[in-house]
Write a new protein. Structure first.
Length: 406
């Protein structure tokens, strides 16, 4: 372990850490104010079972989320099983047969491809229900508004933006870029629904997509807003009418948000949201260190350590599949859970290629905890994300890099 390189890297990234802490402070105040405004009480943690009628803690949590994201309403439930489920629920909620869904950030990541069903027939997909789909490619990593302008038509009901790059070799979409594009879209078609897949992006910047005019956002509680505590769940936030449509899809038409027992999870969902700005800050610091340290050792990292960030994902590109696998396996060995388990590439539901997943996490699949994963395909890029504490990310990345050199 080269201590001089580590000291050099940490001195280099210190000014970036100060900026991350400023964002954390701003977002922590925003979350705290939402809790205070809605007078969150320990009695709001009381669980419900069965139908979950009159679950006041659940309803207040959704009001807190709406305040944090600056929206009219929110749907926050343990019954939403993943980010993909939250996105699917939102899209199925607002789209109808004959409508068109237009993604303007390129082809969505693999699991969403099957929800949309545009590449091959998938029973129950949007295409199976007669929803049309198109996407526009990015131009030099940015949303190509000229192409978007050409594609929008009378049937375009939803324009979707994927904030994070996911398993793709492209920049993530910053809040600044998103704000510009949303304004341009409103001039073209005022009544179109602008939906943002907000996964991995919550609390990374001072503004959220709904602060810029997005109508609907969705994400997972085992990513940023769960603060590393929420064991499951997801959220949808936005205009009241659209949230209601999504709720009718999640449960049943006419029932919507009225049911859904909290089954003893409310305290962790509240506390996770409260902790989220800090834990996201720790994960961001870890991503910056990962980029700077591995770049110093000669690896290609995206984004670079000094780039503006809008999500937690840090990609590292290796020369061979074997290097990528070895790195992920080394990260697993530095995990607090299942450090003795050796991950290998395998097929996963929703993905076209074998995927390796190093995820020694307290919560299965939690992307706010340190993970390293990716599909085994050229250019052999591992996506390193999360980290409940900066020092855990630092230890894991240093040791993984040492294993590659040995």
């Amino acid at each position: 372990m080269n201590q001089s390189i580590i000291r050099e890297v940490e001195k280099q990234i210190e000014p970036i850490f100060h900026k991350i802490q400023e964002v954390e402070y701003y977002n922590q105040e925003k979350v705290l104010n939402a809790f205070r405004t809605h007078q969150v009480s320990d009695s709001d943690f009381n669980p419900t079972t069965g139908y979950g009628y009159d679950d006041y803690g659940r309803d207040k949590l959704e009001a807190v989320y709406a305040s944090v994201f600056g929206t009219e309403d929110a749907l926050v439930r343990p019954q939403i099983t993943s980010g993909t489920h939250a996105i699917s629920t939102a899209l199925f909620g607002v789209l109808r047969p004959g409508d068109e869904l237009l993604y303007i950030t390129g082809k969505p990541y693999d699991t969403l491809n099957q929800v949309i069903g545009h590449e091959k027939f998938v029973s129950g997909s949007l295409s199976d229900f007669g929803v049309q789909y198109h996407h526009t490619d990015l131009n030099d990593g940015c949303i190509d508004f000229k192409q978007v302008k050409q594609m929008i038509n009378d049937q375009t009901k939803v324009i979707a933006i994927q904030r994070s790059k996911g398993y793709d070799d492209r920049p993530s979409i910053t809040i600044e870029e998103m704000e510009k594009v949303i304004k341009q879209i409103r001039h073209l078609k005022e009544d179109v629904i602008i939906f943002v897949d907000n996964c991995y992006g919550e609390f990374v910047e001072m503004k959220e997509p709904t602060d810029l005019g997005a109508d609907l956002i969705a994400g997972s509680l085992i990513k940023n807003p769960g603060g590393g505590i929420a064991r499951m769940g997801g959220y949808i936030a936005g205009k009241k009418a659209y949230v209601e449509m999504a709720a009718n899809r999640l449960t049943a038409p006419g029932i919507g948000k009225e049911v859904g027992a909290s089954i003893g999870m409310l305290q962790e969902m509240y506390q996770g949201l409260f902790l989220a700005p800090h834990v996201v800050s720790e994960a961001l610091k870890g991503a910056v260190f990962t980029s700077a340290y591995l770049q110093k050792l000669g690896y290609n990292t995206t984004p670079t350590f000094d780039a503006h960030r809008t999500d937690l994902i840090q990609s590292v590109t290796f020369h061979t599949a074997e290097q990528m696998i070895a790195f992920c396996q080394a990260i697993q060995r530095q995990s607090p859970i299942n450090s003795h388990v050796l991950p290998y590439p395998a097929s996963m539901p929703g993905y076209e290629d074998d995927v390796i997943m190093a995820a020694g996490t307290f919560i299965q699949g939690a992307s706010l905890e340190l993970t390293a994963d990716g599909p085994i395909r050229e250019p052999y890029t591992a996506f390193v994300q999360g980290g409940l504490t900066y020092n855990h990310v630092k230890l894991a990345v240093i040791n993984a890099a040492n294993k590659l050199k040995s």
